[in-house]
Design a protein around this ligand. Structure first.
Ligand code: SF4
Length: 335
């Protein structure tokens, strides 16, 4: 299939030389482990947020061995605020595997690491191992959809397979630069939400959507899948200056994290104590939205003693328990 992609590759690499984003994880020496850390952090998280945290994490856990030797609580604490904590657990388990067996040398080996899916395995293989394996995510799908003026929905698995195969055919020896150039093109030029900056695009002379002046028509999506809404009551119970927290279930959202007592569907036990404040908050995960009502409740000591919660001081909550950012609105009450 003649796609024009072959000509597009050197243009993109040339553009990337000057236009590449200076990001903390691209500076200095990169190891397969450091690439794994940055790629896992970047999953579902804004680059800006990762920028602030990557250096700190690497300074604390500079090698897979150092991370493997840490407790899961230490790792979660360091991850605090980044959200999607299952990534931190996966990274911790991956570090243990790497410390024991070395970093995998193949795409299949990378993909078998905990927390690593097809996209992340492609990115790590291209950037850290020099393997010609495309990393195709929503950014790349959008760029190629515009490049080809392709009417197929980008959320169709067949389009993903095709784009992977087309990129694989034209993969240059500079595998890492190519992968990161595509990421940068999607982030800074062929942007989502709004008009792409075609004037700055190295592909403007080859891009079919641009030639037709129809950039805005792509990418095409099939009808949107809806996000599920979960309503819940959240209790911030205070007794003698201590606050009730609980360890969340090992399965489901924020598995194994510490949070405030959480009642899905809003089934708060009555007569716990005096309600001092109420507020609502939302938190949006990828497929689920929490609509929460929080109650700040003063609990008499005799009631507190009968409740099976961990009672922690504000200091302990800050330093020892990583309360996920989903509870941020209510954690403010503790401060
Ligand atoms: S020319 Fe415009 S639409 Fe085409 S790839 Fe470049 S930025 Fe995207």
């Amino acid at each position: 299939m003649e796609t024009g992609l072959k000509e597009a590759v050197p243009l993109l690499l040339g553009w990337y030389k000057d236009a590449r984003r200076d990001l903390p994880w691209r500076r200095g020496e990169r190891t397969p482990y450091s690439v794994l850390v940055s790629e896992l952090m970047l999953q579902q998280t804004r680059v800006e947020a990762v920028k602030e945290r990557y250096g700190r994490f690497l300074a604390r856990f500079p090698t897979a061995e150092a991370l493997a030797a840490a407790s899961v609580e230490e790792v979660l604490k360091e991850w605090e605020g980044l959200g999607y904590y299952s990534r931190a657990r996966s990274l911790h388990r991956a570090a243990k595997e790497i410390a024991a067996k070395g970093f995998p040398r193949t795409w299949e080996g990378v993909k078998a690491l905990p927390g690593v899916g097809e996209y992340t395995a492609g990115a790590i293989s291209s950037i850290a191992l020099g393997l010609p394996v495309p990393a195709v995510d929503g950014n790349v799908l959008r760029i190629l959809s515009r490049f080809f003026a392709d009417p197929s929905p980008v959320d169709d698995a067949e389009v993903l397979r095709r784009d992977r195969a087309l990129l694989k055919e034209v993969y240059p020896p500079q595998t890492g630069d190519f992968a990161e150039a595509l990421m940068d093109l999607g982030a800074t030029v062929c942007v989502p939400n709004g008009a792409p900056l075609c004037g700055a695009c190295p592909w403007a002379g080859l891009c079919e959507a641009h030639r037709r002046g129809e950039e805005g028509r792509y990418p095409v999506r099939s009808e949107k899948k809806k996000r599920k809404t979960v309503t819940a009551d959240v209790l911030v119970l205070v007794s003698n200056g201590k606050y009730a927290i609980e360890k969340r279930d090992e399965h489901g959202l924020l598995a194994g994290m510490y949070g405030f007592p959480f009642f899905e569907g809003g089934r708060v036990p009555e007569s716990l104590g005096a309600v001092r404040a109420v507020k609502s908050a939302r938190h949006i995960f990828t497929h689920i939205e929490w609509r929460m009502t929080g109650y700040l409740v003063d609990v008499p000591p005799e009631v507190a003693g009968a409740l099976r919660y961990i009672w922690a001081t504000p200091e302990e909550i800050r330093t020892r328990y990583a309360i996920p950012s989903a509870f941020k609105a209510f954690a403010e009450w503790v401060e």
